[in-house]
Design a protein around this ligand. Structure first.
Ligand SMILES: [Zn+2]
Length: 434
């Protein structure tokens, strides 16, 4: 039954109508109509300051009291802890550790009132997790089983907790919209209502947002604009390493990365992630090359693996895990054209171990060497880490933060091969692959 409060607005052209349609009648875009609340928002907006003007000398510049979460690694990446009214989206695949981390935060706030919204699990299940994590002294955490965003907003008003955790935003609905839980309209509207309440009462809030394996970020993409900070979980569920990346932060630096290990006692900060990442490395095998990447300000040793096999298909297969697919294709083309490797009839697989995704171009040389190593069946010296960007001419370029990378490599007994050791990919292959 249609509700009078809602309308469907095209996200492309802004056209609106009262019914949903698969295609926007105005601009012909498919699936662009999103349910939105009509009147309530306009009255809410009036709560905020109406264009007040300040003298620069009157502006308060001191930071409002930051408060630690009890998890030092998390505080670091947040820029020193939580700010009153700060809303943090914790995004990642289901089961990767979002609820575990937030349960630790909830129970770690000793003597403080925390409201934990159980939208997915029963209060009993959350209680079990607390016990499993070994924290029985969590009596101050209030567990509320609810999926009604307005009921939750009311409860926050009533209880005035010092922190709110919503697990997860995709389970919530407001009765003013017709859409089901998890639909773009509901996710956005519920997040807006909760954020509004968090700001008004100056309560820090965490929202859990799920991302699908296929990288479908419909929910979180919509949420990113609403919240202050976005933390993105990375890692393979089957492995213990977890990277928590800051992709947006209104109150601190972005691009920082927290590194955790999933243990029986929950998520534990890892002091030496490079060591953990290379722990299972098999040395002196073709197709394995170590590189040093920069994750925010932190250098990290990673292993790139490659496999090449004769292709049975008309178009050979290229599969990249953890590195950008287009980038891998470009590098394979460079290897063919500039280093004379006949890769046109082999299937190529490239993988970054540990389940992390790399965007740093400094890993180019290692990818090239890994593919060449697998193809030629020759291995690299075990203690060499390859660092360098590769250009279309087959040249190896210098990358930022080389000093830090070299230092980190040295700690684990690796020597960095970079632009200095080989001016071109072809030269690096000749020199390093034996
Ligand atoms: Zn449209």
């Amino acid at each position: 039954m249609p509700k009078v409060h809602s309308q469907f607005i095209c996200q492309q052209c802004g056209y609106s109508q009262s019914r949903w349609a698969g295609k926007c009648p105005s601009c012909d875009t498919w699936n662009s109509l999103v349910e939105t609340v009509k009147q309530v928002q306009s009255s809410r907006l009036k709560v905020q300051n109406k264009g007040k003007v300040y003298k620069l000398s009157e502006v308060k510049t001191e930071e409002k009291g930051r408060r630690g979460t009890g998890e030092a690694e998390l505080d670091n990446i947040l820029g020193g802890g939580l700010v009153p009214g700060m809303v943090v989206l914790v995004a990642g695949e289901p089961g990767i550790g979002k609820s575990t981390l937030l349960t630790q935060v909830a129970t770690g706030w000793k003597g403080k009132k925390v409201l934990y919204i159980c939208g997915e699990e029963s209060a009993g299940q959350v209680g079990l997790r607390v016990t499993r994590l070994g924290n029985r002294k969590a009596g101050d955490v209030l567990l509320m089983e609810s999926t009604d965003a307005d009921e939750i907003v009311g409860k926050i008003e009533e209880e005035k907790p010092e922190m709110v955790i919503v697990d997860s935003i995709q389970t919530l609905t407001t009765s003013e919209l017709m859409g089901t839980a998890g639909s773009v309209g509901q996710v956005r509207e519920c997040a807006q209502r909760l954020t509004w309440q968090a700001k008004r009462l100056e309560i820090p809030m965490f929202l859990v947002g799920h991302v699908t394996k296929e990288g479908n970020i419909a929910g979180p993409a919509v949420l990113m604009h609403v919240v202050d900070t976005v933390l993105w979980f990375e890692g393979e569920r089957s492995q213990s390493l977890r990277l928590v990346r800051v992709v947006k932060n209104r109150f601190g630096p972005t691009d920082d990365v927290g590194v955790f290990e999933m243990t029986e006692r929950g998520l534990v900060a890892v002091g030496n992630p490079s060591k953990l990442l290379l722990a299972q490395r098999v040395k002196n095998v073709s197709g394995s090359v170590v590189s040093v990447v920069m994750e925010g300000t932190r250098p990290l040793l990673v292993e790139i693996q490659a496999l090449t096999t004769p292709s049975a298909a008309a178009i050979p297969r290229r599969i990249a895990t953890g590195v950008d697919f287009a980038r891998m294709q470009t590098l394979v083309a460079v290897l063919s054209a500039r280093a004379g490797l006949r890769l046109s009839d082999v299937d190529i697989f490239v993988n970054v171990t540990g389940g992390i995704r790399l965007a740093d171009r400094g890993v180019d040389l290692a990818i090239c060497l890994a593919v060449a190593s697998a193809f030629l069946n020759r291995s690299l010296p075990a203690e060499v880490a390859a660092v360098g960007e590769v250009g279309l001419l087959g040249e190896v370029r210098k990358v930022a933060g080389l000093d830090r990378r070299v230092k980190e490599a040295k700690k684990l007994g690796y020597k960095v091969a970079s632009a200095e050791s080989g001016k071109s990919v072809a030269a690096a292959i000749t020199k390093l692959l034996v």
